[in-house]
Design a binder for this molecule. Structure first.
Ligand code: ATP
Ligand code: MG
Length: 435
């Protein structure tokens, strides 16, 4: 810089904190980003409390993780926390605690204890009104009160952290934070939060090797994991696992693919379980790739541009797993809810995804055939004839897979269409079914 003039253009705290509120979180993803921090801090228990009390309504997220010293607590409240990360750590930007919280509330207080032996707690507050008034990046001691006392009491047992959101201006209307509407809104958010956490942290809730099982509660109710692949269902089929090496500017990293065809309704252990596995988006939109970053689910639904969603392939779901060394390649966003498939990976995924979809399509058609119209052979048909029919259906499936693997799927679809028009008996025998 020697000899050159320079000018200070440090950001306006008032403007920037305001803009950062709109970085793309909604309530459930904001809570999940706070829980990320708890997971990174080694917590085994996270309690989310969403409490209605008119304009004093609040959210508390308490964990029994390693906690923070006075110094690290202050650093934690800096936009762009100064620190480094090890591979597999969920944090990346040094922003989540602040941006997720302030996307929902105006006053964020963090209370923490890091000493195992001494009951020493620290509490600090980030108050949006104060930052706007002073136009300074400041943190204060919290206002004394019952909530901070309660947090301190929670920490009497051991280490941990409590994140407290107050003045929920983005959750409840500022004009009418009281009354039935506000109460119902918080109740419905609590329900949706539990559903969201059940999905994104399902692997931690089920238990991972080398990590103690995580327990999450929302308003006192234990969150049960939601495994998108129904691996407990006996009729779920898993195809061969695959791994891909992805080149990055700094080296390379591995991506793992696990593919599942879930059972059709009549092969599920119970109709209730089939409904449960339908998921928040329902079967059709819940098909597709489930992208995991360091075991935490970040994105799901749809095939990432590889193919469109289709009623016939709604039983197909696949886990795509990467570690934090591939963050840049996947362009993980700050809210940890969106990734972009690296172009080289998208190409590599085409064949295995199409193979999965063909099998899922087959499972779906078999069911719709058995429920909508009789099979060409009924139970009175001699066994050898039934075996022959099955062999023909298998031949049809093998032909479709060969066409797909050879990279001629579009041509094959044209052939199928012609067969259905010109030789419907053959198409039916091969299990191609009506389109
Ligand atoms: N519950 C917690 N227990 C212990 N330390 C925490 C907790 N929450 C936050 N921290 C500390 O505060 C830091 C800042 O958190 P913040 O969520 O803002 O950023 P990050 O997790 O580092 O990155 P990202 O923006 O990707 O979430 C963390 O890196 C961690 O050191
Ligand atoms: Mg974080």
């Amino acid at each position: 810089m020697a000899g050159r003039a320079w000018y200070d253009v440090s950001p306006s705290a008032a403007r920037l904190t305001g803009s950062l509120r709109d970085i793309g979180y909604d309530f459930t993803t904001a809570v999940a980003d706070i829980v990320d921090n708890s997971v990174a801090a080694g917590a085994t228990r996270v309690e989310v409390m969403i409490e209605y009390d008119g304009s004093n309504s609040r959210v508390l997220i308490a964990d029994d993780g390693c906690g923070m010293s006075a110094r690290s607590l202050l650093e934690a409240l800096r936009f762009g926390t100064r620190r480094s990360y090890t591979q597999g750590e969920l944090g990346r930007y040094g922003l989540g605690l602040k941006t997720a919280s302030l996307s929902q509330c105006r006053v964020l207080t963090v209370v923490s204890r890091s000493s195992k032996s001494a009951v020493r707690t620290y509490a600090r507050t980030l108050d949006l009104d104060l930052i706007e008034e002073w136009d300074q990046w400041v943190v204060t001691d919290p206002q004394p009160g019952e909530l901070v006392d309660r947090a301190r009491r929670w920490l009497a047992e051991g280490t941990g952290t409590i994140v407290l959101w107050q003045v929920l201006d983005r959750v409840l209307s500022e004009k009418r934070p009281e009354g039935g509407w506000a109460r119902r809104r918080l109740e419905s958010l609590a329900k949706r939060t539990a559903e969201h956490l059940a999905i994104v942290f399902h692997r931690f809730l089920e238990g991972l090797p080398e990590r103690q099982q995580l327990i999450i509660t929302v308003n006192g109710h234990k969150v049960e994991p939601w495994d998108p692949f129904a691996t407990d269902e006996p009729a779920t089929v898993e195809l061969a696992r695959q791994a891909f090496e992805i080149e990055t500017t700094t080296g390379s990293g591995r991506v793992h693919l696990r593919r599942f065809v879930l059972p059709a309704r009549d092969r599920f252990s119970s109709p209730a379980e089939f409904e449960r596995l339908s998921g928040p988006l329902n079967w059709n939109r819940q098909q597709g790739l489930y992208v995991y970053r360091a075991d935490r689910l970040v994105q799901w639904g749809g095939w990432g541009g590889i193919r469109g969603i289709d009623e016939h392939t709604k039983l197909a779901r696949a886990a795509l797993e990467f570690d934090t060394d591939l963050d840049a390649a996947f362009q993980i966003n700050v809210a940890k809810m969106r990734v972009a498939l690296p172009p080289q990976l998208r190409q590599l995924l085409e064949a295995p995804v199409n193979e999965l979809c063909i099998l899922a399509d087959d499972t779906y058609r078999k069911t719709s055939r058995s429920t909508n119209r009789p099979l060409p052979v009924d139970v009175n048909t001699p066994p050898e004839e039934r075996a022959a029919t099955q062999a023909a259906v298998n031949a049809g499936l093998a032909l479709r897979m060969a066409a797909m693997q050879a990279g001629h799927w579009t041509e094959w679809e044209a052939i199928e269409k012609l067969l259905r028009e010109q030789a419907p008996d053959v198409a039916e025998l091969l299990g191609l079914g009506p389109q």
